[in-house]
Design a protein around this ligand. Structure first.
Ligand code: UDP
Length: 324
């Protein structure tokens, strides 16, 4: 009988989920990767199928989950996460954050497994406090187009805390800020894949609004390290993980032009409704409790991401898709 730790990663074929699968396999865990593949992709995990410790379960996490045998941890990462995805998939987004979180927590309770919720900086909405620390309750429009994601994740946090307080499940909540790196979908519509594929294809770069809104971008390897530390810590209340290096979206677009050496021009499009004006994580809690802070600077992270995008575009993958 195996004594390796056994971990279930929902959304395991997605951008973050696939990096987490890799990380836990590298640490000799048995990894069960669950995904319904509506935004995740087998191409993110196909290199893992030769590993006997890796198992793929093609399932929607909002349906009853049956897993035979023990489970030590559940990382609940299933959800559309790009604004244009959750505008196209509003009901699925609400269902996976609510029903899916309920199912995954029920499984954690039944198995005595530790549960980690992938939450989001969107819980802070269009924030009135800057930078955002975990004790800020946020400024979310529940009935705006982004409400389907923000409120699903806020509900998921409440549900997670209820399972912790009422059922004694060991739970962790990570509030993830903008993250980038290899395996982002070229056409997922977020700023980095949009800008990088536009730059590589010599197309106009679509900056929304006047580009003065800010974001703070974290390289995926740093995020995975922070999540792993949080899972193994004793911290039950939400913890921000992200890179505090804040910049405007216009500066970010210019950075992508510089890194790619592209001749693309910047064009301005309408700002999506409820697009947050500022976003920057206060990571003092992660520094204090987890001894974590990002290690990869933007130039290094962008060069690594660029290699991936070049390969994908070279393989003929289509990138065209901006706002719906
Ligand atoms: N954005 C942009 N052009 C694009 C895609 C996004 O200017 O082609 C902007 C978007 O309006 C937002 C920021 O970039 O202000 C980050 O958007 P993203 O979709 O990556 O994620 P968000 O942080 O809004 O969840």
């Amino acid at each position: 009988m195996t004594t390796q730790p056994r971990v279930l990663i929902t959304g395991g074929a997605g951008f973050l989920g696939s990096h987490l699968c890799e990380r836990f396999l590298a640490e000799d865990h048995e990894v069960l990767c669950m995904d319904n593949l509506i935004t995740g992709s087998l191409s993110n995990i196909e290199h893992l199928f030769t590993d006997p410790k890796f198992h793929f379960i093609h399932q929607d996490v909002t349906e009853f989950i049956h897993i035979a045998g023990r489970l030590d941890s559940i990382l609940h990462f299933a959800s559309p996460a790009s604004p244009i995805d959750y505008l196209e998939l509003p009901i699925q987004t609400l269902k996976v954050g609510s029903l899916g979180t309920h199912k995954a927590l029920g499984l954690a309770k039944a198995k005595g497994a530790r549960f980690l919720l992938a939450s989001t900086s969107e819980c802070y909405g269009d924030p009135k406090v800057h930078p955002q620390s975990e004790d800020y309750w946020g400024n979310v429009n529940p009935v705006g187009p982004r409400g389907v994601y923000d409120e699903a994740k806020r509900f998921a946090e409440a549900m997670t805390m209820a399972y912790h307080r009422f059922h004694g499940v060991e739970t962790r909540i990570v509030r993830i800020f903008n993250t980038y790196g290899p395996r982002m979908r070229l056409n997922d519509g977020r700023a980095l894949p949009a800008f990088m594929s536009q730059a590589l294809e010599g197309k106009d770069m679509t900056v929304f609004g006047d580009g003065s809104q800010t974001r703070s971008f974290c390289f995926v390897d740093d995020l995975v390290e922070g999540i792993t530390r949080l899972l193994r810590s004793d911290e039950t209340l939400p913890t921000n993980i992200g890179n505090p290096a804040e910049m405007t979206i216009l500066q970010f677009a210019e950075k992508v032009i510089e890194i790619t050496g592209s001749k693309s021009k910047i064009t301005f499009k309408d700002l999506p409704e409820d697009d947050p004006k500022v976003r920057q994580p206060d990571i003092s809690k992660a520094q204090r409790v987890l001894g974590w802070e990002p290690q990869v600077d933007l130039d290094t992270g962008l060069v690594r991401t660029l290699e991936y995008f070049r390969l994908k575009l070279g393989a003929g993958e289509s990138a065209a898709r901006t706002k719906v």
